[in-house]
Write a protein that binds this ligand. Sequence first.
Ligand code: HEM
Length: 539
Amino acid sequence: MALQKKMLHLGYRSLFCDANRNFLLQASGLHKSAASGSFEITAHGQAGLQENVVPPAPEVQKLDRVKTLKEMPGPSAIGNLIEFFFRDGFSRIHEIQLEHSQKYGKIFKSRFGPQLVVSVADRDLVAQVLRAEGVAPQRANMESWKEYRDMRGRSTGLISAEGDEWLKMRSVLRQLIMRPRDVAVFSDSVNDVIVDLVKRIQKLRTQQPDGQTVLNVNDLFFKYAMEGVAAILYETRLGCLEDEIPKMSLDYIKALHLMFSSFKTTMYAGAIPKWLRPVIPKPWEEFCSSWDGLFKFSQIHVDKKFSEIKKKIDRGEEVKGGLLTHLLVTKEMDVEEIYANMTEMLLAGVDTTSFTLSWSTYLLARHPHIQQQIFEEVTRVLGGRIPIADDIAQLPLIRGLVKETLRLFPVLPGNGRITQDDLIVGGYLIPKGTQLALCHYSTSMEEANFPGAEDFRPERWIRKDASDRVDNFGSIPFGYGIRSCIGRRIAELEMHLGLTHLIQNFRIEVSPVTQDVRPKTHGLLCPSAPINIKFVDRV
Ligand code: HEM
């Protein structure tokens, strides 16, 4: 089966990485953007539903003539096979994306078996594609998720659902967590988790000879992210930052690791048709067993909250609470939909946030003068007091730090879509039903979009005045529009508050045991080696 199929079993890490995978397959086009000529093409923008704001892309393009996919350049299928299966391309998907876009151009096609993927590696063309999306954009490669859910009689959640089903759930959740002010109410819960994070750092440091180093900070941030997102989603603490992690939370972590650790195996095995599963059963079994673990965990927490609410109602008490309470009380979703969404959101919210925090601390440690500027901003604004969500607007360098980290290390270096209409992009007619790969890593690293693209410059994101818009489609780490990341504001809250606390408490330095750490793709873009950080007390 096609590469697309192979990717099916991979979990959140890989889900949004259709683009990544597609780079496997890619060949490329040559155009900078739409060509010039006599044709006029108008992208049909989608009114009213966009959830983040970026400057408008040119909507009218003039073309000599519309070309067909046959004319689109790109690497050969055999070249891709060699690249991915014999040259460890799966760990270098981001680099291959960049190489292919440099070699073949801003729009190129790749073939892997019967699967054709069109990659778009130009900021304005990405903008055009996303601005033309309909009311329920379709994500690619979700078949294995759906198959599991059908097999177990489970509902899909936001990540795996499509069409009306997705639209219904999205319209419920977007009212609750999409705007910064929706999540500001979670400041105190997140700050409680941060207090435990700082304590954990202090404890872990004592285990190293220098009394300052925390080995493999990603392990720490993974637990922080899990604890933080669960505090918001489940309104409960999981004990991930304790010395003894409760068994239930440990089981969940195991299920999550199983989902991701078998990345390569499942990737290869995904190519194997269903009828071969009895002969090579392991990948599918691991995939199902990790989903079983993830669903079980959510179900336990949702049921627990449900019975607490019921008891309160039976006693005639007022029911107050956060996100889960709201969903259970209002019944805007049925309970299976709540299980599925809680499961998918927890899955989506842990590695993404923890990798970004790991890279942020690494970048701060490698750039002490920038860290000093951020420390000065934090001290000037907060004067040592604990930050809350409302303070973040006054901390542009903290926001710039997160944006710049995600530009240099976008956890999802590419994203995928199935086109729902015929489109003309970059002078090519892309028929309805084509798989598109949006190459966010390439556009993030492009000099024309970000001068000094290799450099770490958080200040590049600071707006000088209201008319100065620095956001652009070159770096859209949370996606764009109606199908963009629903957890963006939650992730930002955890990262902004967490990093502010860390900078207030510690000078962050690279431990001598840390080498130069490069990114690698393992579904998500992650550090290729442990990042060991020294947390030196600021006195
Ligand atoms: C640094 C952190 C994060 C990054 C960079 C990130 C990035 C993304 C991206 C690129 C997408 C795909 C958007 C698209 O297809 O256009 C996505 C979707 C999604 N994310 Fe995140 N994410 C992060 C954290 C979170 C968190 C904390 C949660 C949950 C609390 C979450 C939940 C989701 C869900 C449910 C979707 C699917 C949305 C839909 O299809 O309607 N993410 N995320």
